[in-house]
Write a protein that binds this ligand. Structure first.
Ligand SMILES: [Fe+2]
Ligand SMILES: [Fe+2]
Length: 460
């Protein structure tokens, strides 16, 4: 969906600060932006400086009703292995977006914009025989078609074909509509894909094949889909994801390498926060899908709130969202943000200018997550696998889906939660929002299990 960039000196300054805090991100990736020369600001050494505000109010409002999360849980996560065939008719897609709440969006883009309408011909398995439904739209200026269909029953098989004019056709492919409110799900979670033809061939292709075999319900990313937000790199990304996204939707989180670029917002169709960010409505958002509530965040407002000692838009929004009926009635509440609260350090262990994650998130986000029943925070930015527990919240770093890897032999910083696991490997996470437990399995692209974390559901 096409979006305008936010403007104004404060926004630009803070967005730039977010970049500063991630100056060495992807330092092992040859395609990364040339921002390595920027110094990390003082105070990012892993412990908040003495004068840093740590008392930004994030308390639960006094009139929030009792937490009733996850009273019922029915069904099983995932599905049978997905087929693997692909269509290369279109430059991008057809790929699935925003499949939730009885609707779905199918997106496809031609190599060059054409004047013809694009159409989706679709039907629900098991419906009475008859003519399939057909919805047509005109393309945007980039040749992208975004076709939304509504009133889908839960957990239904939808078969669709995408076409442009009389000659371009892709499909049929089948996907599943969003599950009923209390069903567990199996989720592919990846980050730092840094898509190039080489990275997708060597790394992402293996992750996609495994996720199809896993029968995942949907995919979730934690940012840095590309090294530079060019159309060419996004083309490589969608080419690498092609067999997966014909069949399952992907919800994305913006990373510092997307640098708030219009190409990111033009590529994806995402939910929007209520109220949305005024400059970029898809910048952060939440959604309820099955038995999970998921908040997708951007770092900017957290750094701004931490720096000025007053909660800004997104921080206030999230506190309210976590008190919403959608969040409180979910068995699992999960958060995704590109930059992690804690990380081991950038490669190659620069001790003169270390970076151990975001103090703003340690001081603001983790306490809010602890107080409002969030079980896990998923992040990227550091190109490895890391896991530890802080204030009862599971912290995962999963930046291993394409970018050059960090050196996990760096000395551990003071204050890092212990035990803290870190593994230098390209990998994926498979997350199951089960009835009895939240299960997170990290698997290397060689198929070897890296880690397994289980969080039992103990009621609320
Ligand atoms: Fe990265
Ligand atoms: Fe990053």
């Amino acid at each position: 969906m096409r979006r305008v960039l936010r403007t104004g000196p404060v926004r630009v300054c803070v967005a730039f600060a977010a970049l500063l805090a991630c100056a060495a991100c992807g330092s092992g990736s040859g395609a990364d932006l040339a921002i390595d020369a920027i110094d990390v600001p003082a105070g990012d050494e892993g412990v908040a400086p003495d004068d840093a505000p740590t008392d930004v109010p994030t308390d639960v409002p006094p009139d929030v009703p009792p937490d009733v999360g996850g009273a019922s849980c029915v069904g099983v996560a995932g599905t049978a292995a997905w087929p693997t065939d692909v269509s290369t008719t279109f430059l991008r897609g057809p790929f699935l977006q925003d499949v939730r709440d009885g609707h779905a969006v199918v997106v496809f883009r031609t190599a060059l914009p054409v004047a013809d309408e694009g159409c989706l011909t679709w039907g629900v398995a098991g419906s009475p025989a008859g003519e399939p439904s057909r919805t047509c739209v005109v393309p945007d200026t980039f040749g992208q078609y975004e076709i939304r269909i509504d009133a889908l029953p839960p957990d239904a098989e939808i078969t669709y074909t995408a076409s442009v004019g009389a000659t371009l056709t892709a499909g049929p492919f089948t996907f599943r509509s969003a599950p009923a409110p209390d069903r567990p799900q199996r989720i592919l979670v990846v980050s730092d894909l840094h898509a190039t033809k080489a990275n997708t061939a060597a790394i992402l292709s293996k992750i996609v094949s495994a996720a199809l075999a896993d029968g995942v319900d949907f995919a979730l990313t934690a940012g840095d889909h590309v090294g530079q937000p060019t159309d060419a790199q996004f083309d490589d990304l969608f080419d690498g994801l092609r067999p997966l996204l014909h069949r399952v939707p992907m919800f994305t989180t913006i990373g510092n390498h997307e640098i708030l670029s219009p190409t990111y917002f033009e590529a994806f169709v995402l939910p929007q926060a209520d109220p949305p960010d005024p400059g970029a409505p898809e910048l952060y958002y939440s959604f309820r899908r099955g038995n999970a509530w998921i908040g997708v965040l951007d770092i900017t407002d957290w750094q701004l709130s931490w720096g000025f000692g007053e909660p800004t838009g997104q921080v206030l929004w999230l506190a309210n969202e976590l008190d919403s009926e959608a969040a409180r009635s979910a068995r699992w509440r999960l958060l995704v943000i590109h930059e992690p609260p804690w990380g081991r350090n950038w490669a190659p262990c620069n001790q003169d200018n270390p970076h151990y994650g975001e103090p703003a998130l340690r001081d603001l986000l983790v306490p809010m997550a602890r107080d409002k029943g969030v079980s896990a925070i998923f992040s990227g930015d550091f190109h490895d696998y890391e896991h530890g527990t802080m204030d009862g919240v599971e912290l995962f770093v999963l930046g291993g889906a394409g970018g050059g890897l960090e050196n996990v032999e760096c000395p551990l910083p003071e204050g890092l939660p212990t035990p803290w696991k870190s593994v230098e490997a390209h990998h994926r996470l498979t997350v199951e929002t089960g009835c009895d437990a939240l299960s997170v399995v990290a698997t290397g692209i060689d198929g070897a299990e890296i880690d397994r974390v289980s969080v039992p559901f103990v009621g609320r």
